[in-house]
Ligand binder design. Structure first.
Ligand code: 5GP
Ligand code: 5GP
Length: 221
């Protein structure tokens, strides 16, 4: 392949905990379809290098996000890949602000998806991500190990251990901070091989992994 930017080693498949996105100073917004279910949602599928760096915004000029290419996937994406960010949202009738799913999907495709588009075209990128989400039910795995989104604190080591036992591979946990300064479980990254078909052991963990401390809150959503 002559396009150097298409080169990468593996994917991070990153899921976010909506309760932690909302439990921040910035707060959050819901899509027009309403409050998402209390479950992890997709943040993105991110091509990455084994050395920790990653390509971004590779091919937006030639291959920009085009929602009409994923019309058939939109119902699934609305439930599994909603946006919870207020930026770019619109005022709703009752004067709340909504999030904008399309804007989030466009951001993820343009920034990350265009860097793997020699392997996954836009439709495949979204379909594969939705299928990966369906293959591993992180919330169920955690709940099976007594780790519940009930606002109490859990050890990051136990969270990681539960996932490793269930799927056979480690995971990278990242954290953020609630308005009273508590560190909380924000995102869980799993690693996927370059063909986007198999979970693998992570060659490295995502940059944000150091943001956690020993025990972190798992907020209610
Ligand atoms: P990243 O650059 O981390 O892949 O994506 C974050 C960007 O997507 C930010 O610009 C953020 O405002 C936007 N965004 C929209 N909805 C969401 C969401 O639900 N979660 C996150 N993490 N970012 C979102
Ligand atoms: P943050 O600064 O919130 O950790 O990350 C902001 C954005 O940078 C993420 O939404 C994602 O787009 C990108 N990003 C952060 N860490 C990594 C990483 O380790 N690998 C890749 N591929 N992207 C990352």
């Amino acid at each position: 392949n002559i396009c150097i930017s298409q080169d990468f080693d593996f994917f991070f498949f990153v899921q976010q905990w909506p309760g932690s996105l909302c439990d921040t100073k910035k707060s959050c917004c819901f899509p027009l379809t309403g409050k998402p279910a209390s479950n992890f949602t997709i943040h993105g599928l991110w091509p990455n290098f084994n050395n920790g760096s990653y390509p971004s915004n590779c091919n937006i000029a030639q291959n920009p996000f085009n929602q009409s290419k994923i019309t058939d996937l939109i119902p699934r994406a609305q439930t599994k890949w909603p946006s919870l960010s207020c930026s770019g949202g619109k005022k709703t009738e009752n004067n709340n602000t909504s999030s904008d799913n399309t804007r989030f999907w466009k951001h993820e495709w343009d920034k990350h998806g265009t860097c793997s588009d020699s392997i996954l075209d836009q439709h495949a990128y979204f379909e594969v991500s939705l299928n990966l989400k369906d293959r591993i039910d992180l919330l169920q795995i955690l709940q099976n190990n007594g780790i519940k989104p009930d606002g109490s604190f859990y050890s990051v080591a136990n969270i990681t251990q539960a996932i490793k036992q269930a799927i056979g591979y480690g995971a990278g946990i990242t954290c953020n901070t609630d308005p009273s300064g508590n560190r909380q479980l924000n995102e869980i990254a799993l690693c996927v091989d370059k063909s986007a078909s198999n979970f693998i052991e992570c060659p490295i963990l995502p940059k944000g992994t150091q943001s956690c401390i020993e025990n972190v809150e798992f907020p209610i959503f």
